[in-house]
Design a protein around this ligand. Sequence first.
Ligand SMILES: [Zn+2]
Length: 296
Amino acid sequence: MKAFAFGALAVAGGCAAPQPPAVAAAPTAVRAPAEAPRPRPSADAAPPPEPAAPPEPWAWVLPVDHGIRADRGGGGAFLAPRAHGSHNGVDLLAPVGTPVRAPCAGKARSGQNSSHGKWAQLVCPLPSELGLPKERRVSVFFAHLHQIAGLGDEPKDVAVGAALGSVGKSGNASSSIIAAHLHLELAVHDDEPHALADRHSGREQSDSAGAHELDAALRSRCLEPEGLAREGEPLWRARRADPFVMLTCLGARKPPYTRPQGKLAEASFAWSTRYRAKTFDVDREGFAPAPKKEQP
Ligand SMILES: [Zn+2]
């Protein structure tokens, strides 16, 4: 009886959102006491655990928003068709030289290869309010850069908003039929070593426990209350998340969508051509971070 009551309390205390008492679903043969024992503070009690990370909303990655790229070279939406199956990120249309900023505080490295061109990788913890194990990490990957901040292969600490480089057409985005864009990709990993080891190869599609935990947290805290969705499309490809949904749900407030001038205009598609939300306009700045909202 005591063990059951303890278990019921542990489940109720671990949920992010208010839940009906766990005893309601208990088998009728076993009932928790009407007055469950409550933990009392005492001088001998261990101090409460420290928060995993300061609650800091994430930031948008560019100072302009020209929406999603789509041109004769292909579509830039998450999961658009690709030679290796599906697009692993989203292509943010922007002129060459547009600054790329860190959306979160974490550890960054950079390099260059034939497909991604000049790239930067940033590994960040998740906001503690989401209630995931504190070792979970997101690897944010930026490809086809024009310039990189010269971070090198050894991960270095960076703050939210730190300059990581600029938008370009390097690697396999150099063709004249592909408009300049930032390839942005997010993968959720179980811990920092795995996140830092992610090379964001298109064919590598391993899954992670952290991705499933974050999916559940985003559904209850952001996607369902805000009605944010992409018509008929999944928000995950194994460990990789839809970058627009992730940044929005983690509190990144973007500039309002504007159609670019000149040649880029024909490759520019507003977010509302793909996404919808009940409580905010996806083409404007986004909504207030879910963790800061009052519980009803
Ligand atoms: Zn891309």
